[in-house]
Write a protein that binds this ligand. Sequence first.
Ligand code: CA
Length: 328
Amino acid sequence: MLLLKGISLEHSWFYYNLLLLPFHFWYCQAIDGQAGNILQRANRVNENLKKSYLTNGDFHQIKNCLSQHQIVKKLVGFKTNLNHFDHLYGKLYKECTSIYASGSTSSGIYPIWLKERFQFTYVYCDMELVSTKKGWTTIQRRMNGEINFERGWDDYVRGFGNPSSEYWLGLENMYRLSRQITTATVLGMIDIQSPAIGFDLEDWDGMNVFVQYTYFWLESKATNYLLNVRGLSRTFWNYFDTAPIYESEFSTPDKDNDDDNNAHCARDRKSGWWFHSCFEANLNGAYPKYKQKMKWENILWRGWQYINNNGTALRFVSMKLYHTVVEP
Ligand SMILES: [Ca+2]
């Protein structure tokens, strides 16, 4: 509110057209330049893969001047039909949790903003999973065998498949997704809020289990996207003391980073995974035939026979993240 000699001019024609409008114009010009600067900064930082993101402050400043579409166009040069972004309503969603919270409660494909990569990616948001947590971001899914998961390092880093069906979101995206939600501490440090991860498993007999860890994050490419999971939940998991998930580096048929010096698990199992030895879990193994028993060379979850005595192969598996969103 502008006070001039004690008189409020906030709502007057004079104030808006003669004072505010020019100011607004100037301000948006300045912000326009700033948008360019942000893009430049992001490009610069992307080059050396150091941290770069559109901070809340940046966004709040520019959103007052530019429409969502303009921001997307200006900052990202995004070429897809921008109507896809109509539901964003002035906010760049960074995970499915806040998309659900915004009222989009149907499972489906949504664009999310990877702030450290300065780009959008499409993911399947699971909004229906029976849990107190709603809005899970799917990072891997197998459901019909139509996508070949026998691929090399570059594909596993970049991602492949189709979010409407089977896909692997890509290690670089997963690494960034595990660092999406940050809060500033009192001392000005950045605190990363690691998401939870769920492994959604169902076999050909319809037996299903949801295995959840409270915290998930990946290390960077420098340490081959080492897997970190902490806090195995026993809520849906009364069969074992632990799950067959190991905190190992990622391996692919053309890159052996597993923990077994005498084996090349990814080559033998024909897929990429965080292999410890070759006999634990491998949710990227070959898709099993109808009603087949679980085999080492296929999608694997060691100990499944304790869930289902038949030891029936898994027909559906999905890995998904739940971000606890801290409102500023
Ligand atoms: Ca090895």
